[in-house]
Each structure stands twice: as structure tokens, then as C-alpha cells.
Design a binder for this molecule. Sequence first.
Ligand SMILES: Cc1cc2nc3c(=O)[nH]c(=O)nc-3n(C[C@H](O)[C@H](O)[C@H](O)COP(=O)(O)OP(=O)(O)OC[C@H]3O[C@@H](n4cnc5c(N)ncnc54)[C@H](O)[C@@H]3O)c2cc1C
Length: 323
Amino acid sequence: MLYDVIIIGGGPAACAAAVYTARKKLKTLLIAESFGGQSIVSDDIQNWIGEPHIAGFDLAKKLEGHVRAFPDMVEIHSPEKAVKVSGISCEEGRPCDYAVETDRGNTYQGKAVILAAGARRRKLGVPGEEKFEGKGVAYCSTCDAALFADKKVAVVGGGNAGLEAAIDLFPYASEVYVMEFGESPKGDPVTLEEIKQNPKLKGIIVNAQTLEVVGDTFVAGIKYKDRKTNEEKMLAVDGVFIEIGSVPNSEFVKGLVDLDTFGQVIIDSKHASTSQPGIFAAGDITDDPYKQNNISAGDAVKAALSAYAYILQRQKTSPAAEK
Ligand SMILES: Cc1cc2nc3c(=O)[nH]c(=O)nc-3n(C[C@H](O)[C@H](O)[C@H](O)COP(=O)(O)OP(=O)(O)OC[C@H]3O[C@@H](n4cnc5c(N)ncnc54)[C@H](O)[C@@H]3O)c2cc1C
């Protein structure tokens, strides 16, 4: 069977795309490793428009429920993970179809593909990080800063994300520390100056190699090594924000669409199109600078509408390709 659109992902981007392709009557296959996306772990999402407060888990259920409201148009394969996308039947004068191979050994074919597989947070990989995730260890300051009211917080990462996390935390936390692996923070000088002016910034600790997040039920501190002196030190904090970047889930389209140096899919933000005709992308998998639920959903709507326009155009210009 040749689907009109294959959507890869199960977060806000994929679900928004599926709702729109369904309403355009495109025969859609959605392949999702899981539903909900990265913010599923958040206890309290306060910026999903229309919901002043919603738990990540509840948002995930709503997103999945919305996609499942179109059983005639959207076939859902979950849990299933795309492992490779390739162009097929790309003969002269005819648009490519695409084959999506999955971890279950299945291969599906579609006229268009929407990449919405998001990203995963880059982890420190130290003891305690996983144990205390959601119990003082956090990865999204825009989302979770308000949960650290009157708490002492360390931000690991002195790049722009780390400095901006400090700015997000100032209105809430009682004390903020920025810990940088290198000799000096890598973020913009202007942002650095801005955070230095804030009395809640109690220190920028450089040459700091995080060794462990410690605590009992909740985070109680962060153990690190001073890379200059090799001395092991402990900073007592209630929270640790890890802001060392994210890794896009784009491995399965490497070589097919253009990626930037971080592995993000490069898109034309007007149409959510990629370098490969018929392949669109939205959300955290892309090089869009802002990584948020609403943005992922909104950009995915563009991807879905662009896929619809692409398929209409394909029908007009290459009717032989339509089976
Ligand atoms: C802890 C945390 C809290 C956050 N809180 C907020 C918040 O309060 N507000 C906000 O606006 N933003 C928040 N964010 C950011 C927000 O979660 C992301 O911007 C958003 O989830 C991106 O959506 P997405 O659909 O592009 O990708 P993702 O959310 O990353 O979803 C990707 C989906 O694709 C699936 N997938 C991955 N690879 C494959 C594959 N190969 N095949 C099939 N499926 C695959 C995954 O299982 C997942 O379901 C938070 C982020 C984190 C980490």
C-alpha cells in the first residue's frame, strides 16, 4: 500500500501533523516510538495554549486521543520506531516515493513523509542524574523554573542555554550557580553580563566536571571536580538544571535530507520543507531555534499543509505516479 503521508514521531509535532493530514483526507500512517514527547515528564506545563496547567502525562493522552479521533484516515503503528527512510522509484520525470523501514522489520511506502521525531536531551551520564530526574534534576528551564521557588539551583552548562536557564531561574530560585566545564562560559558576552548583574547569581564555577548528583529522595547537591586542581568538591543545591544541549533524533534520515552540524534537519521555515522534495519536518528535530510544544505543533501544521499542497501538485504534474 502507498500511503499519502507517513508521519514519524508521537510528540506534539507528529500529533498536530496527523490531525491536519486526516482533515485533508490524506491516507496517513503515523509511526511512533511512544506518544507525548519530551515534556511527558513535566508535572506542570503552564504554557500549552488553552491550558494554564496541564501535566505532561495528561497532555500526552490528549494528543494521542486527538490523533485516534480519525481512525479512518490515520493508521497508527506504536510502539514502532523508524530506522531508515529512503527514496524509491525516483525515475526521471517522476517524484520519489519514500520507504520507511522500522525496528519491527516492516517497510512502509508513502508519497510524502513528515519528520517529527523530536530530540532527546543530551545527558551528563553521571551517577544520580537518572535517579533524580523529576526530583530536582531538570532539563527545561522555560518549563520547570517555577518549580524551584526559593531553592538553591545549579545550572550545568555555561553556553547560551545555560545562561538563559539562569535568567529563567532568577525570578524563582533563591540562589543560582552556573557550572562550566571549560575555562570560561561559552555563552554570548551580553547575556553573560546580564546574568552577572543579578544578585541571585552566587557564582560561575569554571573548569567544573560534574561527577555525581547526590541526594536521598530529592537532590541535595552536586559533586564535581575542579579540572585545574583535580580537587573534588561538593555544592549543596536543591536543584540541578542540565543545559548541555540536545540531540535530534535524525539518524534515520542521514544522507537523505540536509542536516546541520548538530544533526538537525534544515528546513525552510515558511513551508517546513527539507532539501528533499516530499519530505517535510517540524519540531525539535529541525534547526528551528525555539524548542517548545506550541512551536512544534504549529510548525507541524505547516508541514501537514505543505505535504497536502505537494500531493495535489504531484497529482497534477505526474498523474502516472498516483496509484
Ligand atoms: C523535561 C522537559 C519539559 C518540557 N516542558 C515544556 C513546557 O512546559 N512547555 C513547552 O512548550 N515545552 C516544553 N519542553 C520542550 C518540548 O517538550 C519540546 O519542544 C517538544 O516536545 C518537541 O516536540 P516534538 O514533537 O518536535 O518532539 P518530541 O517531543 O521530542 O517527540 C518526539 C516523538 O517522536 C518519537 N520518536 C523519536 N524517534 C522516533 C523514531 N525513530 N521513530 C518513531 N518515533 C520516534 C518519540 O517517542 C516522541 O514521541 C520540555 C522539554 C523537556 C525535556
